[in-house]
Design a protein around this ligand. Sequence first.
Ligand SMILES: [Zn+2]
Length: 138
Amino acid sequence: MSDTTAETQNQPFTVEQFYKFIKDKKIMAVKCTKCGSTYLPPRPMCTNCLSKELTWFELEKTGKLVTYTVIYIAPVQFKDIAPYAYGIVELRKGLRLPGIIKGIDLEKLEIGMDLTVDFDTETSETWPNWPKYYFRPP
Ligand SMILES: [Zn+2]
């Protein structure tokens, strides 16, 4: 799963770059090569040992639902899909990703269930141009 190409590793350790990887349908996190700490979202410096020697690595796309909430009063760009669930999924120990959950009845959601990341390819005029991901049952 790891992507060690120079092209990947030369990219800045920023949230903007995280979304560029989303466009390539990859969930990328950052690892400190000194102490092994991992970060999602990425950070430009390890907050554990202050090293700037970091490396990108790709995460599995399936994880466990840690917590969720149901949104009834949605921001304008999500008005059409309300009510919807917004959850946090742990893709690897300590690495958690927040996002909208689709493709499941709200009453069937359960803490600890498997959810997998999928990618939204449709573009929206009302959303910033960043690529989108969401969670769905595997
Ligand atoms: Zn470190």
